[in-house]
Design a protein around this ligand. Structure first.
Ligand SMILES: C[S@@+](CC[C@H](N)C(=O)[O-])C[C@H]1O[C@@H](n2cnc3c(N)ncnc32)[C@H](O)[C@@H]1O
Length: 498
C-alpha cells in the first residue's frame, strides 16, 4: 500500500462515522469547507492504529494532503502571504500559510496534489519555486533518514526518469564542485536508474539549505535542510522581473510604477486571462502591462493627453505592449477625467488596479472650475457655427481636487462597476510624520481584504485591496469626511513632513 492513503479507499467505504480517537488534523475534515479537506501528513498516518477504519461521512470525501516545500523570495515580505492567499483563492482552494515566516525563505504547506502546488506558485512574483517534500532535517544525517522513510512510496514513479540535482543554498557560502558532488552523491541511496540530463530532465531533485549569518559570514553548517522534487517554478524564477525592467521599456516616465509591485498588485487583484481590467489613472501603463502579462484585456484612462500620446510613435503605450507581445490584450486608453466618467453605466470591469495621483509628480486635477463666475455664459459661445465647447481645439478648464475625495469616487465607482468578488487594488500614500492611526477609505459594498504597507523614510504607501460583495453585504463606510482629510499627503510632502 502506498504511504499516502488514497482517496479512493475512502470513497469506496461510506456510511461509517469517524473513529473518536482520530488526531486533530483529521478532525478538520468535519468542518464545512468548500471541499472536505483532510490534513493527513505521513507522520500522522503512522500514529493510526487502523487507518483503514477512516471512513468519510455520507456525501463527503476525504482528500489526503501532501507536504510541499515552498521557496520564497525575501522581497516585499509584507506582501508575500497576501499574494499566495489570493492566488490560491483565485484557483478555488484555501491554503494554510502559517509556516511562512520572515526568518527563512522555506516553509511547508499541505496541498492536494502537484496541480494545486503549481497553481499556487506558477504566477507568483514573490516566491521562487515549490517542491514535493521528500524529507527535511536539521543535519544531513537527519535529512537522509527522513528521505529514506518518506521516499519509499514516492521513488518508484521516478525510478526511470531522466533527472538532475540542484543545490539551493539560502545565505550559504559558495560550494566547490567537489563539495557539491559530495552532497549530491550522499543521496545515492535513492538509486535512480534513469539518465542524468542537465538540460530539460524529466525531474529535478533539489537539496535546499538555510544558513544563518554569524558575524556577517554564513555559518559553516546549515540550520536546516530539505530534499524535494521540483513541481513548479514561479514567474520570478522564469525571469519576469528582468523582462519587465522599466528602463528597458520603449516608454516610461517619472510616474511609472515599480514593475515588480505592479505584477504583485495584479496577483492580488486576481487578474485572469480573458478578463477586463481598468486602470483609471493609467499614465505610462504599468498596471495595464502587468494585467496583460497575465492574459487580461487592459483598459485605461488619464486626464493628461500627453501621457497617452507618449514620446513619439515608437515610444508610447502601444509600443510597450508590442515589446511584451501583448498587443492583442491592449484594449484601449481614453483621455478622460475619472471623476466625469464617460463609460456607459452598465459597463463592468473584472478588476480595477491603479496608483491614483498623489498630486506630487503629476497634477491632481479634475474638469471644472472653482471660479464659476469667470465662465458664466461661456457655454453659449459659438465659433464658426459650432459651440466652442464641442470643438476639437476646446481646452476644458480644470480645478484642483484632493486625493481623499478622489478615493471616495474610486470606491464608489468600484462598488458600481465590479462584479461580485471582483477586486479593487490601489496604492495610497500615507505620511508617517504624525502619530495618528491611518483611517483607510471604506465603502459598505466593498470588503477591505488587505491593507499592506511599503515603508519609505518619512512616508509609506499602502496597497489597499477590496472585494465587491453581494447585495446582502453591508460593511463599514469611511469617507473623506470621516477621515477628516487627515492624510493630506500632498501638503505634508511639500512641507517635508515637518
Ligand atoms: C501616479 S500617476 C499613475 C502612473 C501610472 N501608474 C504609470 O505607471 O505611469 C497618476 C496619473 O493620474 C492622472 N490623473 C490625474 N488626475 C486625473 C483624473 N482626474 N482623471 C484621470 N487621470 C488623472 C495623471 O495624469 C497621472 O498620469
Amino acid at each position: 500500500m502506498p504511504q499516502w492513503l488514497s482517496t479512493a479507499n475512502y470513497g469506496a467505504q461510506q456510511n461509517t462515522n469517524l473513529p473518536a480517537d482520530l488526531p486533530k488534523a483529521v478532525r478538520l475534515c468535519q468542518r464545512p469547507l468548500i471541499k472536505q479537506i483532510c490534513f493527513l501528513p505521513l507522520h500522522l498516518l503512522a500514529t493510526f492504529r487502523q487507518p483503514s477504519t477512516l471512513i468519510a461521512p455520507p456525501g463527503e470525501k476525504f482528500i489526503i494532503m501532501k507536504d510541499y516545500l515552498v521557496y520564497m523570495s525575501q522581497a516585499h515580505m509584507g506582501f508575500r502571504r497576501a499574494e499566495l492567499e489570493s492566488l490560491a483563492e483565485m484557483h478555488g482552494f484555501s491554503v494554510d500559510l502559517s509556516g511562512l515566516s520572515e526568518k527563512s525563505p522555506f516553509f511547508v504547506v499541505q496541498l492536494e496534489n502537484d496541480e494545486q502546488a503549481a497553481q499556487l506558485i506558477r504566477r507568483s512574483v514573490l516566491s521562487r519555486a515549490i517542491y514535493e517534500l521528500w524529507g527535511q532535517g536539521a543535519t544531513l544525517a537527519d535529512l537522509h533518514a527522513d528521505v529514506k522513510q518518506r521516499s519509499s512510496a514516492l521513488i518508484s514513479k521516478y525510478k526511470q526518469s531522466t533527472f538532475k540535482f540542484d543545490i539551493v543554498s539560502y545565505q550559504g557560502s559558495r560550494k566547490s564542485r567537489e563539495q557539491q558532488l559530495a552532497l549530491i552523491n550522499s543521496f545515492a541511496f535513492l538509486a535512480f536508474e534513469g539518465k542524468i540530463k542537465m538540460k530539460n530532465p524529466d525531474q529535478i531533485f533539489a537539496i535546499l539549505e538555510a544558513y544563518s549569518i554569524v558575524n556577517q559570514e554564513p555559518a559553516p553548517q546549515p540550520d536546516y535542510m530539505y530534499f524535494g522534487r521540483e513541481v513548479e517554478v514561479s514567474e520570478r524564477s522564469r525571469g519576469v522581473l528582468e523582462r519587465h525592467e522599466i528602463a528597458k521599456r520603449p516608454y516610461y516616465g517619472t510616474t511609472t510604477f515599480d514593475a515588480e509591485l505592479a505584477l504583485v498588485s495584479c496577483n492580488l487583484a486576481q487578474t485572469r486571462a480573458g478578463q477586463l481590467i481598468y486602470d483609471p489613472f493609467v499614465g505610462t501603463g504599468s498596471f495595464a502591462l502587468a494585467a496583460a502579462h497575465y492574459g487580461a484585456f487592459a483598459y485605461g484612462t488619464d486626464i493628461d493627453f500627453r501621457a497617452l500620446k507618449g514620446k513619439g510613435p515608437s515610444r508610447r503605450l502601444a509600443t510597450n505592449f508590442e515589446k511584451y507581445g501583448t498587443s492583442h490584450l491592449f484594449g484601449d486608453v481614453l483621455c478622460m477625467d475619472f471623476t466625469h466618467n464617460a463609460f456607459r453605466k452598465n459597463l463592468l470591469f473584472d478588476s480595477i488596479v491603479c496608483d491614483p495621483p498623489y498630486g506630487v509628480r503629476e497634477g491632481l486635477k479634475v474638469c471644472g472650475t472653482n471660479r464659476e463666475e469667470r465662465f458664466e455664459g461661456k457655454e453659449k459661445i459659438i465659433i464658426d457655427g459650432e459651440y466652442a465647447y464641442l470643438r476639437r481645439d476646446f481646452i476644458q478648464p480644470k480645478k484642483n481636487y484632493s486625493l481623499d475625495l478622489l478615493l471616495d469616487d474610486l470606491l464608489q465607482f468600484a462598488a458600481e462597476r465590479l462584479p461580485v468578488n471582483g477586486r479593487l487594488c490601489f496604492w495610497m500614500p500615507v505620511a508617517n510624520d504624525q502619530d495618528i492611526p491611518t483611517l483607510v477609505p471604506q465603502h459598505e459594498k466593498l470588503q477591505l481584504v488587505y491593507n499592506l504597507v511599503q515603508e519609505f523614510n518619512k512616508w509609506s504607501r499602502r496597497l489597499l485591496v477590496y472585494a465587491k460583495r453581494d447585495a446582502n453585504y453591508k460593511g463599514t463606510t469611511i469617507t473623506s469626511q470621516e477621515r477628516g482629510l487627515q492624510n493630506d499627503f500632498r501638503n505634508r510632502y511639500f512641507h517635508r513632513f515637518k
